[in-house]
Write a protein that binds this ligand. Sequence first.
Ligand code: SF4
Length: 436
Amino acid sequence: MSAAGIPVAPPRAGMRGCEDTPALDHVLRERGQREVFCGLTGIVWLHRKIQDAFFLVVGSRTCAHLLQSAAGVMIFAEPRFGTAIIEERDLAGLADAHAELDRVVTRLLERRPEIKLLFLVGSCPSEVIKLDLARAAQRLSARCLPHARVLHYSGSGIETTFTQGEDACLAALVPELPATAPDAPESLLVVGALPDIVEDQLGRLLAQLGIARVDFLPARRAGRMPAVGARTRMLLAQPFLADTAAALQARGVQRLAAPYPFGAEGTTRWMQAAALAFGVSTQHVEATLAAPRDRAVQALARQRAVLAGKRIFFFPDSQLELPLARFAARELGMQLVEVGTPYLHRQHMAEELALLPPGTLLSEGQDVERQLDRCRAARPDLVVCGLGLANPLEAEGLTTKWSIELVFSPVHGYEQAADLAALLARPLDRRMRLAA
Ligand code: SF4
């Protein structure tokens, strides 16, 4: 089994979200072989975000290799992730996997006392042998608290796409969040792991809008996770957090409907949604956002000159495809050939869908061979796809962008709008230079 490019099961039926929203005319639903990374990939950015957490994958050597190569961290750097390798005797049921796991965790926490939050991360092998990580986390937490809390989630690639790793991790945090007091003032919760610099920028703007209490999930420290309750409003910063949002809603948190903060327009509408919920006047919103928005629009002009009129094709991979397509079409003047997404959550995507050009071809799920045929026939100028497809398509003369890079890079907010556009422009620029 390999981490990239493994065939996985069709999307889960429940992932399609609200069925009450109007039917979409141009959604091609496909069920077939998919080419995706697994949810372990999320550890690459999550371990940098929560600075006193450790991610212990309970998996195989393949899982360990995926993490090591994706994260690019040397072993001697004492990274905050690792793999408890399931050996053959565990698979054969000859060893007590729970006893082994207890031993590994105890040794780890003794050696690394700075760890305050330990995630046991399930994998394909741990799911195949039905290792009950929920029970293990409960048992270990009872033993390790108050020094460290132990939680679990699945990063398995059997049924998921790679950004669901973050969704599963944040959803595991939600039951642990403290409850707000009944008389607590209204607060805003921004949900989704953002690079610290982006979080600071967005936090400053929200404060300038006059929203007094803004929290971020996940927090940078295990002990500072935000309290939530019926007076909490949430804004999703990432479009792939269906389970996390559902868990927060079950705790009374209200979701604010908004497009995602990519590009000048997306960021403005996202900020406006927060402002509206907190009763900020439109004049104050305009006065606060005008300067950063105008700077972002100006900064985009250079990339727009390169990208306008270019035809772009999105393979389903990161779940960022719809917001990125909206940004590419409306702010960069690109033509959308096909916008693929692993799952179409109609409720969380309603505002994005409304902004896409009429007649945009959307595809949900994947039958990779048929989609490759459509892509080859269309000969787009730029293909956004997973690593497994990029090299073969490049060899066929198509220009590609790795979708995973758009998740790893700081791309949210006004200050990053031009950087996001540059990530799309760079492969075209490289192709032109090679051809010259
Ligand atoms: S979790 Fe599954 S898909 Fe991911 S690296 Fe491990 S074996 Fe491969």
